[in-house]
Design a binder for this molecule. Structure first.
Ligand SMILES: *Cc1c(COP(=O)(O)O)cnc(C)c1O
Length: 394
């Protein structure tokens, strides 16, 4: 069946190139784990996770056991880290699909231990990434309360302390002050962990913003001091979008400059003109008549609305691209449709491609542009593109 014309083209080669670029920016300091959670930030796990693996990714990061099972189906060999931990009753499934848990709660470690024994796993054979809260107050064990958690990794336990993990929650702040504080807290916790007789191979720290700000070296230095190897976890950059820093750097780190010059956007989100109409002055457009034609105009109906992820706040405040030109969104965005002004594009006609995110001619619309008007961040723009928008590999 011919599809409704609202789709996202996914350039899987761009995912591969972006991963290789990020790997080169992390080298020689850190190995990378490719974050493919939330359906690869709306870019399709099925398309993007294998692309990252083809480019050399040994590790993938997903939100949940459910996402891990989906990733395992398309990436049979990769290590798959479940970054938001296991929920009650999920440990057996995690083991069955050879996924790796991030854990920080005693009950999580207990569930993993019980499930590992039920699966007949021997001592020290179920790797776990232990998260430490270095200031975000989200997940992770309080570094002052490590003892009972570490005690779970006793010699007879099936659990193996493979990595110590934390999340740098202000890596997009260009002064790096909060990150330095977090790394100092982590340093202390790592000292306490080895003093308690435990050792982890990996120090799993830092997102795209940390990597592009040049923090891989600092993480690697900290890891080396404790006999560990560094791992960073980029997500957004894998999809070709560099994070924005506040305040902007006065002198861009070389890693950021290289990323800005070389990252390739992965998604082009498209729809088509359904029909065009000429309207007289005074014509009202859309729900509640928030737009009134100020002159005779040409309007085009498009097959994308807020249920597809086109934010309703963009009505009357944004433009899309048609024939390489900007066409303003007029009136309210409806659930399934919207209207654009093509008065200045007399050639525009039914069937013309309309770009919501991506490039056409010399014009580009990014997820940042959507986010600026919708009052959010590009992450939310991407992950709001709905499941009824097919992701098509190109
Ligand atoms: C989402 C996430 C990342 C990736 O963040 P980006 O900003 O997309 O690079 C890394 N680590 C954790 C724990 C995350 O939740």
């Amino acid at each position: 069946m011919q599809m409704r014309p609202c789709w996202a083209e996914i350039d899987t080669r761009a995912v591969e190139e972006n991963f290789r670029l990020l790997e080169s920016l992390a080298a020689p300091h850190a190995e990378l784990l490719a974050i493919v959670k939330a359906d690869a930030y709306g870019h399709s796990l099925e398309l993007c996770a294998p692309a990252a693996v083809r480019a050399g990714a040994k590790w993938l990061g997903v939100t949940s056991v459910e996402e891990g099972v989906a990733a395992r189906a398309v990436c049979p060999e990769a290590r798959i880290l479940v970054i938001c931990g296991v929920f009650p009753g999920q440990a057996a499934e995690l083991i069955r699909h050879n996924l790796t848990a991030v854990a920080w709660e005693l009950w999580q470690l207990e569930d993993l231990e019980i499930a590992a024994q039920a699966a007949g796993l021997g001592p020290g054979t179920l790797p776990v990434h232990l998260e430490i809260d270095t200031g975000m107050s989200r997940q992770g064990v309080d570094p002052r309360a490590l003892d009972p958690v570490l005690a779970r990794f006793s010699p007879g336990s099936a659990l193996q302390l493979e990595a110590i993990m934390t999340h740098l929650f202000a890596a997009d702040e260009s002064d790096g002050r909060v990150t330095a504080e977090q790394l100092a807290t982590l340093d202390e916790a790592l000292g306490a962990i080895s003093a308690a007789g435990h050792f982890a191979e990996w120090l799993n720290v830092g997102n795209s913003a940390a990597l592009l700000a040049g923090q891989a070296a600092a993480v690697a230095e900290l890891a080396a001091r404790h006999g560990m190897r560094a791992m960073l976890r980029p997500g957004l950059t894998l999809y070709g979008v560099a994070p924005a820093y506040t305040p902007p750097f006065t002198e861009e780190p070389a890693t950021l400059a290289a990323a800005l010059a070389n990252l390739k956007p992965v998604m082009t989100w498209k729809t088509r003109i359904v029909g065009v109409r000429d309207v007289p002055v005074g014509t009202v457009v859309g729900y509640n008549a928030t737009f009134v034609a100020t002159e005779p105009m040409r309007l085009a109906l498009i097959a994308a609305g807020y249920a597809d992820g086109l934010d309703r706040r963009l009505g009357n405040r944004f433009h899309l691209l048609v024939r390489g030109e900007q066409a303003p969104l007029v009136g309210r965005v409806s659930m399934d449709q919207a209207v654009i002004d093509v008065t200045d594009l007399p050639e525009a006609k039914a069937g013309d491609e309309v770009i919501l995110i991506g490039a056409q001619g010399s014009e580009t619309i990014s997820a940042f542009d959507h986010a600026a008007v919708a009052g959010t961040i590009p992450y939310q723009i991407f992950t709001s593109i709905g499941p009824r928008v097919p992701r098509v590999a190109v």
